[in-house]
Design a protein around this ligand. Structure first.
Ligand code: TYM
Length: 343
C-alpha cells in the first residue's frame, strides 16, 4: 500500500519555493493516496525560536496547508510535537544511524555555519528525526523539493540498516516525489542560491502572504541579465528541460521562466516560445499578473483562517489523534524487533 508523508517547518514566512516545490504537490497527491502532512515544530526548535512566534508560525503553516487546498477530512494535518511517537522512534534511529552518515549531511554544514561547536545536538540529529517522521507511518512516498533529496537517502539507509540488523522487514524503502516545473526555486536576488526563509532580504522571495502590490514589486525588481529573453533553442533535445550549460549561464532568467511555467501550468517550452527575444520588462509584467492571480486567493484564505485560531487548533488536534493511532502499532513493531519489552 502507498502512503504519503511530508513536513514543513514553522519557521519564518512560507514562500513560493515551499509552495511550488512541496505544498502544491501535497494538494494534487490527495486524489490518489492516503496523505499525512505535518507541521514539524520539533525540527523548528533545532534552532532557537521565540515561543510566541513558533505558536503563530505553526498556525500559519497549517493555514497555508488548508488555504492551498489540503482537505483535513481526507488527509491528516497535525503538528509533530503532538504525536510523541516521532521523538521515540527518532531515539531508536539515533542508535541505528552512524556518525559518518550524519557528518555527510550538507544541511547541517550550511545551518551550523562556521561555529559547529555552538550548534545544538538536535540540529546534528535533525535527519534522524526526519527519518522517524516518515517511517513511523511506514510512508512509501515523500513529496519534497530538490533540497531534501539527501535527507531521504539517509532515511532509506536507516530503514535498510534497521531491517538488516533486526532481520525483520519492519520499514519500507521510501521514494522521493520531486516533480513539477519548479522543484528548486531560486532567490530573486541571486540565481545561485535557493529561495529560502532564512535569507535576510525579503526581496529574495515571494511570501505566500505578500499582497498584490508587493508581489508585483518583487518581480519587477528581480535580478535578470542584460540579454534579451531566451527562446526554445535552450531546451534539451527532448524539449522537456533547460540544458545544463544554459541554466548555469543565466540562472536568474531561467528561474523566472520556471516560476512562470509552474504558475501557469504549462511546460517550460511555452514561455520560451512566447517571450523569445523580448525584453524582460514585458515578461515580468505578465509574470506578476499571473503570480497575483494565483497566489492572491491563497493569501486571502490564509488571513481568514489565521483570524480563527480555534478552528486551526481543532484541525491539528483531530489530525494528531488520527496520526497517533497510525503511529502506535508501527512504533510497537519497531520496539518488539529490537527486544524492547512492552506490557
Ligand atoms: P522546509 O520547511 O525547509 O521546506 C518545506 C518544503 O519546501 C521545499 N522547499 C523548496 N522547494 C523548491 N524550491 C525551494 N527554494 C524550496 N525551499 C523549500 C522543501 O524541499 C520542503 O519539501 N526537512 C524538511 C521538513 C521535514 C520533512 C520531514 C519533509 C521534516 N520531516 C519528513 C519531508 C518528510 C524541511 O526543512 O523543509
Amino acid at each position: 500500500m502507498s502512503r504519503i508523508f511530508s513536513g514543513v517547518q514553522p519557521t519564518g514566512n512560507l514562500h513560493l519555493g515551499n509552495y511550488l516545490g512541496a505544498i502544491r504537490n501535497f494538494v494534487s497527491l490527495q486524489a490518489d493516496y492516503e496523505c499525512i502532512y505535518c507541521v514539524v515544530d520539533l525540527h523548528a526548535i533545532t534552532l532557537w525560536q521565540d515561543p510566541a512566534e513558533l505558536r503563530a508560525q505553526t498556525r500559519e503553516v497549517t493555514a497555508a496547508f488548508l488555504a492551498a487546498g489540503i482537505d483535513p477530512k481526507t488527509s491528516i494535518i497535525f503538528n509533530q510535537s503532538q504525536v510523541p511517537a516521532h521523538a521515540e522512534l527518532a531515539w531508536i534511529f539515533n542508535c541505528v544511524a552512524r556518525l559518518g552518515w550524519l557528518n555527510r549531511m550538507t544541511q547541517f554544514k550550511e545551518k551550523s555555519g562556521k561555529n559547529k561547536e555552538a550548534a545544538s545536538v538536535g540540529l546534528y540529529v535533525y535527519p534522524t528525526l526526519m527519518a522517524a517522521d516518515i517511517m513511523v507511518y511506514k510512508a512509501t512516498h515523500v513529496p519534497v523539493g530538490e533540497d531534501q533529496r539527501q535527507h531521504l537517502e539517509l532515511t532509506r539507509d536507516i530503514a535498510q540498516k534497521f531491517n538488516n540488523d533486526t532481520g525483520k522487514e519492519v520499514f519500507p524503502i521510501v521514494e522521493p516525489l520531486i516533480f513539477g516545473a519548479a522543484t528548486r526555486v531560486m532567490s530573486l536576488r541571486d540565481g545561485g542560491k535557493k529561495m529560502s526563509k532564512s535569507e535576510p532580504s525579503d526581496f529574495s522571495r515571494i511570501n505566500l502572504n505578500d499582497g498584490p502590490d508587493l508581489i508585483a514589486q518583487k518581480i519587477r525588481k528581480a535580478r535578470t541579465d542584460p540579454n534579451p529573453m531566451p527562446g526554445p533553442e535552450v531546451l534539451t533535445p527532448d524539449g522537456s528541460a533547460i540544458a545544463e550549460d544554459q541554466l548555469r549561464a543565466r540562472p536568474e532568467a531561467f528561474n523566472l521562466l520556471a516560476i512562470y511555467a509552474a504558475l501557469s501550468n504549462q511546460p517550460i517550452a511555452s514561455p520560451l516560445n512566447e517571450f523569445a527575444g523580448s525584453q524582460f520588462s514585458a515578461f515580468k509584467q505578465r509574470l506578476a499578473e499571473i503570480a497575483v492571480e494565483y497566489l492572491g486567493p491563497i493569501g486571502t484564505e490564509m488571513q481568514r483562517l489565521m483570524a480563527d485560531p480555534g478552528y486551526v487548533d481543532g484541525v491539528l488536534a483531530d489530525g494528531a489523534a488520527r496520526a497517533a493511532a497510525l503511529a502506535a502499532p508501527v512504533l510497537a513493531e519497531a520496539k518488539d524487533a529490537l527486544g524492547l519489552l512492552s506490557t
